[in-house]
Design a binder for this molecule. Structure first.
Ligand SMILES: [Fe+2]
Length: 243
């Protein structure tokens, strides 16, 4: 296992290599295939019992326990130092499954509400320019105050309402300028980063399906109710799209 030391003090993710064995990846992907009709969400990234079951399976692995413990300790230290608060609570688990039929879920630059994100790729899409790869900005945001967080989230929420082609242009412009980098993930590895200060998003998928288990830890509660508003508006937008 190779581990970078501080997942939360810089924008590059910490990488824990060869944590999830292939037979467990195969089991998870087969479970998704079997259960899709029962839980398949419109946006491909909703919290689900399936995701929580997968996280429980991972916690039976010594390598995952070690990675999770190290990442969580580091994240709590960051919260104590930077936010002056102790963080706890249960993590949120979700599955994000994106294929060529879900381009609207790509190029959505955002910050997470939670301090620590563990990203576990289960299956990659076909390689190429449109592989669904993770894009991470190099510089963390400087201000983490509640007000700046709300303003930033509101601005990005409006950006998410733009057409995909416009959002793609913004992200590709920043890639060309070197403001962000493309992270080519490998199934079996675990990627840890501080999504609360690191803006990130994903490319779209041209062929195949990209599946990722995502676990969020430690919500510092700096949204001042905005999350409820954005979730409500997103659900309303989804319902309009279903009409
Ligand atoms: Fe995120």
């Amino acid at each position: 296992m190779h581990e970078n030391d501080q997942p939360d003090s810089r924008t590059a993710p910490s990488v824990f290599e060869r944590v999830v064995p292939q037979n467990l990846l195969d089991f998870m992907n087969a479970s998704i295939d079997d259960a899709r009709d029962r839980w398949w969400p419109r946006d491909g990234r909703r919290a689900s019992p399936t995701a929580h079951n997968f996280a429980s399976l991972l916690r039976g692995l010594d390598a995952f326990d070690a990675a999770e413990t190290q990442a969580c300790q580091s994240a709590r230290r960051w919260a104590s130092t930077m936010l002056g608060k102790e963080c706890g609570g249960e993590p949120i688990c979700m599955l994000r499954c994106v294929d060529v039929g879900s381009p609207s879920q790509s190029y959505l630059r955002h910050f997470d509400s939670h301090i620590l994100t563990l990203l576990i790729p289960l299956q990659l899409a076909a390689s190429g320019e449109r592989s669904g790869d993770l894009i991470m900005y190099r510089q963390p945001r400087r201000s983490v105050s509640a007000m700046s967080n709300v303003i930033t989230k509101a601005r990005l929420f409006l950006e998410h309402g733009m057409p995909v082609i416009a959002r793609r242009a913004l992200l590709m412009r920043d890639l060309e300028r070197g403001l962000c980098e493309r992270i080519a993930c490998t199934p079996g590895n675990v990627y840890a980063f501080n999504g609360f200060v690191t803006m990130h998003g994903n490319l779209d998928v041209a062929s195949g399906e990209r599946r990722t288990l995502i676990i969020h830890y430690y919500d510092p509660g700096r949204t001042v109710g905005l999350r409820v508003i954005t979730r409500t508006m997103r659900a309303f937008r989804d319902r309009l799209a279903d009409l």
